[in-house]
Design a protein around this ligand. Structure first.
Ligand SMILES: Nc1ncnc2c1ncn2[C@@H]1O[C@H](COP(=O)(O)OP(=O)(O)OP(=O)(O)O)[C@@H](O)[C@H]1O
Length: 310
């Protein structure tokens, strides 16, 4: 859907992106990650032409992006950023309606879409649609920013640290929301972050950048199982690779059915990483597991965590 072929970009004498080649398939959740100044934002912004590349080719659906008008491409690609970029003198509803207005949707359809998106992002429309950005918390503003990016149901969603500067609880809730939206819509998403846990939790494909080059690209499991070099290992957090692998799998995959155990049950949807924490906290070797309705599913054995790495 989006292809970078030998793309470079410099600012003055300083190279920000060097000879980058990358193919982003339809429906993928690609996370660009790397240290400060590694070229993540520049790469993202070249996709919607907020930054123009100097060399190489960037294709969107097989066509060089320079052949699209910048405003057309930006309507087709939702864009959400950390600072939200909300218009301060517009209400929440007006902010979310920006692109549908440009596309001249009928008023009733816009109103319906605004209400739907606010609901999707956990902001009851009656309470929030008439507010101004300064009447919202930082986390609520970021939700509105994401809603605005999704408003016209764009083919591609570009997100630049959309959950930065949030407390861990709000951040976690928004990450879960994004994972759900991705599963439900199958949208092509490209997200920039410097948070490895965010990348591991959301990405179908992680692209690790350093000094404007790709160091390694692959699924979260591939990076954790086969880090290409010490830089990747350090970035993943050397001592935590095993724990992070457990974070990628849920209890459901390891449960022994038809076995009963004593004690407070854990949910089958819990990650094995969280289950490990429960084992340690309770000093037990077996835990009963229930489904979403609270029905017994079986037992998770501590020993099975060892064989569980995906
Ligand atoms: N408009 C600009 N003018 C000059 N230099 C720039 C500009 N934008 C980015 N750069 C430089 O290009 C390099 C890559 O920047 P970029 O913003 O892509 O990095 P990043 O990985 O997103 O970093 P961060 O995590 O700090 O946001 C940096 O050295 C930066 O200083």
């Amino acid at each position: 859907m989006i292809e970078f072929l030998g793309v470079s970009k410099s600012f003055g004498d300083a190279a920000a992106v060097r000879d980058l080649s990358l193919s982003i398939e339809r429906g993928e959740f690609t996370v660009l990650i790397g240290g400060s100044g590694s070229g993540k934002s520049t790469t993202l912004k070249m996709i919607n032409r907020l930054i123009e590349h100097d060399a190489g080719r960037i294709l969107f659906q097989g066509q060089e992006i320079r052949s699209f008008k910048p405003e057309d491409i930006r309507r087709r690609m939702g864009y959400a950023i950390q600072s939200t970029g909300l218009f301060p003198h517009w209400t929440v509803a007006q902010n979310i309606a920006t692109v549908p207005q440009l596309l001249k949707w009928p008023a009733a359809r816009i109103a319906q879409r605004v209400a739907e998106l606010l609901g999707l992002l956990g902001l009851p429309p009656d309470q929030y649609q008439g507010r101004y950005p300064h009447q919202l918390s930082g986390g609520q503003q970021q939700r509105v920013g994401v809603a605005r990016a999704l408003a016209a149901d764009p083919e591609v969603l570009l997100m630049d640290e959309p959950f930065g500067a949030l407390d861990p609880i709000t951040r976690g809730a928004l990450q879960q929301e994004m994972a759900r939206i991705h599963r439900a819509s199958g949208k092509t998403i490209v997200l920039v972050t410097h948070d490895i846990d965010e990348a591991l939790g959301l990405a179908t494909r992680i692209v690790l950048l350093d000094q404007g080059r790709i160091v390694q690209a692959g699924t979260p499991t591939e990076l954790l199982r086969r880090p290409a070099n010490d830089f990747v290992r350090d970035f993943l957090g050397r001592g935590e690779i095993g724990i992070k692998l457990l974070g990628l799998e849920t209890v459901a995959a390891r449960v022994r059915p038809n076995e009963l155990a004593e004690g407070e049950p854990i949910a089958a949807t819990l990650s094995l990483r969280d289950a490990l924490s429960v084992f340690v906290a309770r000093s037990v070797e077996r835990l009963p597991v229930v489904d979403a309705q609270g029905r017994p599913l079986g037992t998770l054995h501590f020993a099975d965590l060892l064989h569980s790495a995906v």
